[in-house]
Design a protein around this ligand. Structure first.
Ligand SMILES: Nc1ncnc2c1ncn2[C@@H]1O[C@H](COP(=O)(O)OP(=O)(O)OP(=O)(O)O)[C@@H](O)[C@H]1O
Ligand SMILES: [Mg+2]
Length: 444
């Protein structure tokens, strides 16, 4: 998997030499002749590293650096500086450039610095993965404000209530709060209130003792105890049956729980985060959700903006997911055809980041490490909006994963496991189908 380097330099000779030196090292190189051209190419080439001259016609190196800070803050920049532009280079370093190289350039130094910059980027990504730090992409104003809010609520023991449409990143935000808090090395326990049968919820939350009810063959530790010292994330809280809400209120208020069938109360130390995509105000009015519980849970409300409201983040999210899936499938990150990024930015993404992520996963597969074309995007995005439209009339099963699995199983059965036929019937490529078969562990 070659790493990609963009060179922005107006001097032809200089640009060619750099390109040659880096290509000989096996990097994939794209070049631009001024800052404006550079920014344009950046958006579709999605480089891992950028070399830029400082003094250039149209947009200069500083403008390139500002663009980077806004859209691709994780991509390192190395400045090419000539004698006499050192003060400007110092300013650029202050703006976050990774390093600089003085002209006339030395081939060895170029290679050495490129390697160092790429390694630093990789190390930053893998150390984030090692510590399980959630990766939260987005530098738009809305996201910057949100990140500050998350850090703020992480620094106190406040109960946090997260709202926002499906796929906007509520669960990711909850993990982020936990990670930013002093509890980060303690457990983060998620309870999906929508996925647990009503009769088991109480035991799931508070635990039970052996013999408490039929089937309780041994003691069970509930989520409140598992999360002790850390964070309890009550996801899809709007689905919690009304009769359980009173019991939860008591536990939340006093941080004391009683396992089902037990008479002993246990004290817990937890931070509580809850989330829903339901209209909770309406549920309060209709008395489907207890207002006393709601006021306990939402000492602070975090609202996740829809992707449509923060279109500016789409290029950065795209870069991240393209790299992510390409690494997962062991292939080179594809480039995006000129103008095609706009098609991604213009779509309204009713399924928010989750939908964008799914579309990019498929684009990585169909592009096979080459180019993502406007046609590829049009075919996927159009299909999506049709699915969503039919979804409104007839809500799909809660679990899309299971729904997808069933569709694939049905198609395969109908075609006698002929991959080509089944993929045509499903309107996806053979590669995608093979990947899905593996993901769902399907066998003939
Ligand atoms: N800012 C972001 N950066 C990177 N990935 C993101 C971001 N926001 C969301 N995602 C990814 O998008 C997917 C959906 O996010 P998440 O599950 O947190 O959404 P949600 O709001 O909980 O949705 P739902 O209401 O449907 O449960 C996840 O795979 C998540 O990692
Ligand atoms: Mg969720």
């Amino acid at each position: 998997m070659s790493e990609k380097i963009l060179i922005i330099e107006d001097e032809t000779r200089m640009r060619r030499v750099l390109q040659l030196v880096l290509e000989t090292q096996g990097y994939l190189v794209e070049t631009a002749t001024d800052g404006e051209d550079g920014i344009l190419k950046w958006k579709r080439f999605l480089p891992d590293l950028v070399f830029t001259d400082l003094k250039m016609p149209k947009a200069d190196g500083m403008a390139v650096l500002k663009f980077r800070n806004q859209k691709f803050p994780h991509t390192p920049i190395i400045l090419l500086t000539a004698f006499g532009t050192i003060p400007a280079a110092v300013d650029a370093m202050k703006l976050g450039a990774f390093d600089y190289i003085c002209k006339p350039i030395d081939n060895e130094i170029i290679i050495e610095k490129a390697k160092a910059a790429l390694l630093t980027k990789k190390a930053a990504i893998s150390s984030a993965q090692k510590t399980d730090q959630p990766v939260f992409i987005g530098s738009s104003l809305a996201m910057a404000t949100l990140k500050k809010e998350l850090a703020l609520v992480a620094s106190t023991n406040t109960s946090v209530f997260i709202t926002g449409a499906s796929g906007t990143g509520k669960e990711l935000a909850a993990k982020m709060i936990h990670f930013l808090s002093a509890r980060r090395s303690q457990p983060f326990i998620r309870v999906n209130c929508a996925a647990i049968p009503r009769e088991l919820i109480e035991s799931e939350l508070f635990g039970h003792i052996k013999g408490a009810f039929t089937g309780a063959v041994q003691n069970r530790t509930g989520a409140f105890i598992q999360a002790n010292g850390g964070t309890l994330f009550l996801d899809e809280i709007g689905e919690l049956p009304y009769e359980i809400q009173a019991k939860l209120l008591h536990a939340v208020e006093d941080r004391v729980i009683t396992p089902v069938g037990s008479t002993d109360s246990l004290k817990v130390d937890i931070k509580i985060i809850s989330a829903t995509n339901q209209n909770i105000e309406k549920m309060l009015e209709e008395k489907k959700f207890r207002s006393d519980l709601y006021f306990r849970l939402n000492t602070y409300t975090v609202f996740m903006p829809s992707l449509e409201e923060r279109q500016a983040d789409i290029p950065e999210l795209t870069e991240y997911f393209l790299n992510f899936f390409s690494a997962e499938f062991g292939q080179t990150t594809p480039v995006i055809q000129a103008g095609a990024m706009n098609d991604l930015s213009d779509y309204d993404w009713p399924g928010n980041v989750r939908e964008l992520k799914n579309v990019l996963e498929r684009l990585v597969l169909v592009s096979n490490g080459l180019e993502i074309t406007k046609e590829m995007i049009a075919s996927l995005v159009k299909k999506k909006s049709v699915e969503i439209r039919t979804g409104k009339e007839d809500p799909p099963p809660k679990d899309l994963f299971l729904q997808e699995k069933k569709m694939i199983e049905d198609a395969l059965a109908a075609c006698g496991w002929n991959i080509s036929k089944a993929s045509r019937q499903l309107g996806i490529t053979r590669n995608t189908l093979r990947y899905r078969i593996k993901k769902h562990h399907l066998n003939p």
